[in-house]
Design a protein around this ligand. Structure first.
Ligand SMILES: [Fe+2]
Ligand SMILES: [Fe+2]
Length: 249
C-alpha cells in the first residue's frame, strides 16, 4: 500500500506556520490511552505535528501500530524522530516502516520541507554538556559511546546542509543544552543529551529546536549561539496548558 501523507495547508495570513510539538508518548500495547482526540484537537490548532521520539514504550511493533491507528485522526502532516525507547526491542526497522506507511515524515539524519519550513531530524545521543562532556579517552567502550555522540552531531550537520528553506526547525529526541533538562536529577544529565548537538546547531541559522526525553526537564532554553530550544516531552508544563507546545515559525 502506498504511503498516505497528509497534504500541507497554505501558511496563514502572516506567512507563519503553526507547529504543534510533543514527545514521549510511550504508547504501550496494553494501554487504554488513545491519542485520537488529542490528534484531532491538534489538527484544528496547528498546520504540522512534530513528534520528538519515545513514541513507543518498549519499541514493540504492536505499539507503533497503535500509534499509526491513532494518527488516522490527525489530518495535518506529521514529522517525527525516534527516541531511545523505540530502539529497546530491536525492531526499529519495523517501527519505522509502520510509521512511514501511516504517512509520517520520519527523519533520521534527513531534512524535509513543508510549507516553506525545513524540518531537520536526528535522534541525537547521550554524552553530557559543556566542558563536562564525556571525552574520547580510555576503554574502547567509552570511545564507542563518544563516537556515537559525535556521529549523531555529524548526521545533524549533513541534514542541515540539505535545507534550502529560510526557516528551519530542528527536531531531536535528546537535549542539546542543559537548561531544558533542569529539573531532572543532576546525576543523569549526561544521559539526557549532548552539547555536541548545540555546537552543530550554532553553525547554522535555525528558527527553533524541539526535543523530548527529559520528562522532568524545563520547557524553554537557548543554545550558546541563541537558538531557542523547547523541551516538548508530554509531561512538561507548557504555555498551552496542553501536552503539546505550539510554535509559530
Ligand atoms: Fe521518554
Ligand atoms: Fe527517551
Amino acid at each position: 500500500m502506498a504511503e498516505q501523507r497528509k497534504t500541507a495547508r497554505k501558511a496563514n495570513g502572516n506567512g507563519k506556520v503553526k507547529i504543534a510539538a510533543m514527545g514521549d508518548l510511550h504508547i504501550q500495547e496494553d494501554a487504554q490511552t488513545s491519542y485520537r482526540d488529542l490528534f484531532g484537537e491538534i489538527s484544528r490548532e496547528a498546520d504540522v505535528l512534530v513528534l520528538t521520539g519515545d513514541l513507543t514504550n518498549l519499541g514493540k511493533p504492536k505499539e507503533a501500530e497503535l500509534l499509526a491507528e491513532d494518527l488516522r485522526a490527525c489530518s495535518i502532516p506529521v514529522v517525527a524522530v525516534l527516541g531511545n525507547h523505540d530502539y529497546e526491542s530491536g525492531c526499529v526497522d519495523q517501527i519505522a516502516a509502520t510509521l512511514r506507511q501511516a504517512g509520517v515524515y520520519l527523519l533520521d539524519g534527513q531534512a524535509t520541507e513543508l510549507m516553506e519550513v525545513g524540518f531537520v531530524g536526528v535522534k541525537g545521543f547521550v554524552g553530557g554538556f559543556g566542558p563536562r562532556m564525556l571525552g574520547s579517552f580510555g576503554e574502547p567502550a567509552i570511545k564507542a559511546m563518544v563516537a556515537e555522540s559525535v556521529n549523531e552531531a555529524m548526521r545533524l550537520e549533513n541534514a542541515m546542509r540539505q535545507v534550502r528553506a529560510k526557516r528551519t526547525l530542528v527536531v531531536l529526541h535528546y537535549a542539546p543544552i542543559p537548561e531544558t533538562v533542569t529539573g531532572e536529577p543532576p546525576e543523569i544529565f549526561p544521559f539526557l543529551g549532548s552539547s555536541r548537538l548545540a555546537e552543530t546547531i550554532d553553525r547554522f541559522k535555525v528558527s527553533a529546536v524541539v526535543h523530548g526525553h527529559a520528562h522532568r526537564g524545563t520547557f524553554e532554553g537557548q543554545t550558546p549561539g541563541g537558538a531557542k530550544v523547547y523541551n516538548v516531552a508530554m509531561h512538561i508544563t507548557k504555555p498551552t496548558g496542553r501536552p503539546y507546545a505550539l510554535l509559530e515559525i
